[in-house]
Design a protein around this ligand. Structure first.
Ligand code: TXE
Length: 480
C-alpha cells in the first residue's frame, strides 16, 4: 500500500490528523494508496512555510528561478516511465496516453513558463517631453493552485509553473482522486534545488482542504480548474476577500460538421475529440452537429471508426480507452446514459459498462457510447457528462448549427469542420466559446490564451496571460 504524504517546507510530512483516505486504482477497482486526509491545520502550516520562503524566492533573479524550473522539468524527464506508470495507475488512462500526452506536457509546461517568464517586460508610456510612465511587475505573494483529476500532473504543473516562475510561493492541492504524480513531484523539486517552502503540496478533500486554501487570508490569488459548481463555491468565498481568481471550469463542447468538410480527416478527428482520455477532457467534443446532407454517411463512418476504439486494461498498448477515474464518476456517466434513454435517445453504440477478464475484472470501464435522436436542448445535450458519451444531432443551415451550439450554459471550446475558409471564420466568430478549432482538435500552442466564457470559467491561462495573472502591476508616473 503506497502511503502518500504532504510536502510542506521541503519535507514529506503526515497530515496533522494522521487520518488517510482510500486511494483507488480504477483499472482494478481496488484501494492501492493512502491519501492524507488533511485539514485547515495542514494548510496553515503550508501557508506559514510559503510566507517564510517568499522574500528570498521573490528576490531571486528571473534567470535563477527559471533555471530551477528547467531542472524540475529535467527531473521529471529522468523519471519519465515512473511518472507515466503512476499517472495511469492513478487515473485509469491508457499507459500510451500518459506517455505521449500527460507527462510530456507537464515537462513542457515547466520549460515553457521558465523561458516565457524571461521575456516578461514592463511597459513604458511617454505622456509628453517631461512626463513618462513605467510599470513595475511584482509577484503577488502566497497563491493557491487547485487542480482536477482528469489530467493530473498536466494541469497541476500548468498552474504552479507560471506562479513559481514569477516569484510567488505556492500552496497547491491536487485532486484527492489522483494525487500520486503531484506527490512524486515534491522529491523532484527538492533535488532540483527549489528552496524549502516555495512549493507546498497538500492532499485531501476539496470541501475541507480546497476550501481552507480558498478561505485563507494569506493566500492572495486562487487558480482553479475543475467543475463549474466548485468554481462557483470558490468564488463565493474568495470574491468578498478580493482575491484574484482564475477559474477553468466545465464544458459541453460542440463539434460542427459541414458537408464541405474533408470527410475522412473529420471522422477520425471527431472520434479522437469524443473519446480521448475516456472523454474526460473538458475540451472534448461531446455534441456532434452534422449537416443533414451528410448525416447518414457521417454516422456510418463515425460508428465504424468508434468500434476500433477498444476499451481495455490501461497497461495494454492496444487499449484505446482505459478505466473511468472513480466509481462515483462511473455511476454518474451510466446515469446519464439511462437519462438519454429516458429522454428518447437511441443508443447507436455502447451504452453500457464493460466487464473485463483477469486483472481488471473489478475495474470501472464504459464502452464508447454514441446516441442519436435527442433534441439539442434536452438535459443530456445541455449538461456536462465528462465521459465517453457523445450525441449526434443533424442541422440544415449554418444559423441553426450556431444556434444549437451556443444553446448551453457553457462556452469553453468548439470544433468546426469545413473546407470553406470564409464559412470557417464566420462560424468561429459567432460561436460563444474561448477556443475554436477549425479542422483540428486539441492543437495546443501554449502561448495562446486558454479558457472559457459563460459557465466555463473566468480569466485565461496560457502564455503571458498566466504570467500576468500571477503578478501585480504598478504604474509609476514621473514628471520633471
Ligand atoms: O472537479 P471538482 P473534478 C472540469 C471538467 C469537470 C471537472 C472534473 O470539465 O467538470 O473539472 O474535475 C477541489 N473548494 N475541468 O470533478 O470536483 C477538488 O478536491 C475548493 C475543466 O475533479 O470541482 C479537486 O482538487 N476546492 C478544465 C478540484 O477542486 C474544491 C479542465 C476539482 O474538483 C472544493 C479540466 C471546494 N469547495 C477539468 N470542492 C478546463 N476548463 O480547463 C472540490 N475541490
Amino acid at each position: 500500500m503506497q502511503r502518500i504524504l504532504n510536502f510542506i517546507n521541503g519535507e514529506y510530512v503526515e497530515p496533522i490528523s494522521r487520518n488517510y483516505l482510500d486511494g483507488y486504482n480504477p483499472a482494478i477497482g481496488e484501494v492501492y494508496s493512502e491519501v492524507p486526509d488533511s485539514d485547515e491545520r495542514d494548510v496553515e502550516m503550508a501557508v506559514n512555510a510559503a510566507k517564510e520562503a517568499f522574500p528570498a524566492w521573490s528576490k531571486r533573479t528571473q534567470e535563477q528561478r527559471s533555471d530551477i524550473l528547467i531542472l524540475i522539468a529535467k527531473g521529471i524527464e529522468a523519471r519519465m516511465e515512473d511518472f507515466v506508470a503512476a499517472e495511469t495507475n492513478d487515473q485509469g488512462k491508457p499507459l500510451w496516453l500518459s506517455r505521449v500526452m500527460d507527462i510530456p506536457r507537464a515537462v513542457s509546461n515547466l520549460k515553457f513558463y521558465a523561458t516565457t517568464a524571461m521575456n516578461v517586460n514592463g511597459e513604458f508610456h511617454k505622456t509628453d517631453e517631461n512626463t513618462f510612465n513605467y510599470t513595475l511587475r511584482t509577484p503577488i505573494g502566497v497563491v493557491g493552485c487547485i487542480s482536477p483529476w482528469n489530467l493530473p500532473l498536466y494541469l497541476f504543473t500548468w498552474k504552479i509553473a507560471p506562479a513559481l516562475a514569477m516569484g510567488n510561493c505556492v500552496v497547491a492541492k491536487p485532486s484527492e482522486i489522483t494525487p500520486m504524480t503531484a506527490f512524486m513531484l515534491g522529491q523532484i523539486c527538492k533535488e532540483a534545488g527549489l528552496p524549502v517552502g516555495v512549493l507546498n503540496i497538500i492532499h485531501g478533500l476539496g470541501p475541507k482542504v480546497g476550501s481552507a486554501i480558498t478561505a485563507n487570508p494569506e493566500i492572495k490569488a486562487i487558480s482553479f480548474t475543475g467543475g463549474t459548481k466548485t468554481g462557483a463555491e470558490i468564488s463565493r468565498v474568495a470574491a468578498p476577500m478580493f482575491k484574484k481568481m482564475s477559474l477553468e471550469l466545465g464544458g459541453k463542447n460542440p463539434n460542427i460538421i459541414f458537408d464541405d468538410c474533408s470527410f475522412e480527416k473529420t471522422v477520425k478527428t471527431s472520434v479522437a475529440a469524443a473519446f480521448t482520455n475516456q472523454g474526460e477532457i473538458c475540451l472534448c467534443g461531446s455534441r456532434i452537429f452534422i449537416q443533414d446532407t451528410i448525416y447518414n454517411k457521417f454516422k456510418t463512418a463515425f460508428l465504424l471508426e468508434v468500434q476500433k476504439r477498444t476499451v481495455g486494461d490501461p497497461l495494454e498498448e492496444s487499449s484505446k480507452l482505459g478505466a473511468i477515474v472513480s466509481k462515483p464518476h462511473f455511476d454518474k456517466i451510466l446515469s446519464y446514459i439511462q437519462l438519454a434513454k429516458d429522454e428518447g435517445g437511441k443508443i447507436l453504440l455502447g451504452g453500457h459498462a464493460v466487464n473485463l477478464e483477469g486483472r481488471c475484472k473489478n475495474g470501472w470501464f464504459i464502452a464508447p457510447t454514441v446516441i442519436e435522436g435527442l433534441p439539442f436542448d434536452c438535459r443530456v445535450n445541455q449538461e456536462e457528462i465528462f465521459g465517453p458519451v457523445v450525441t449526434l444531432v443533424s442541422f440544415s443551415s449554418e444559423e441553426e448549427a450556431i444556434f444549437m451550439a451556443n444553446s448551453t450554459p457553457f462556452g469553453l471550446a468548439a470544433t468546426v469542420f469545413t473546407d470553406n475558409v470564409s464559412k470557417a471564420h464566420r462560424v468561429a466568430a459567432k460561436i460563444e466559446s474561448g477556443i475554436v478549432w477549425i479542422n483540428c482538435w486539441l492543437e495546443r500552442d501554449l502561448r495562446t490564451p486558454f479558457g472559457g466564457v459563460k459557465q466555463s470559467g473566468v480569466g485565461r491561462e496560457g502564455g503571458f496571460e498566466a504570467l500576468k495573472f500571477f503578478t501585480e502591476e504598478k504604474n509609476v508616473c514621473l514628471k520633471f
